[in-house]
Ligand binder design. Structure first.
Ligand SMILES: [Zn+2]
Length: 105
């Protein structure tokens, strides 16, 4: 077995001193006055530095169409999942109960 060098709590804290999250910086769009991340396309109007980069209307229409198409499939999957959940066997119930008891302890 390899002998590791001593790792103090100070070393750990020093390393973790760089793990803090930075606050996201927002800018107001010059065209529509909506807030957007710096150096990113405005999600409201699809412009970056006054130039249209993303066709927002086309994207929203496409997303709506996709949702409409996906809805029936999702519902079918959800119903199957519900059926599975509502009909657990006695053995499974007992296992669940024992697991919950263990977690409580
Ligand atoms: Zn904008």
């Amino acid at each position: 077995m390899v002998v590791h060098m001593r790792h103090t709590s100070g070393h750990t804290r020093n390393r973790r001193s760089h793990h803090a999250l930075k606050v996201a910086r927002f800018e107001t769009c010059k065209d529509c006055n909506a807030k957007h991340l710096m150096h990113r396309v405005c999600a409201n109007c699809g412009k970056y530095r006054g130039r249209v980069v993303v066709d927002v209307l086309k994207k929203t229409v496409k997303a709506a169409k996709k949702e409409e198409g996906a809805k029936p499939e999702k519902k079918a999957v959800a119903k199957k999942a519900v059926k599975k959940v509502t009909k657990p066997t006695k053995e499974k119930k007992e296992k669940k109960e024992t697991k919950e008891k263990k977690e409580k302890k």
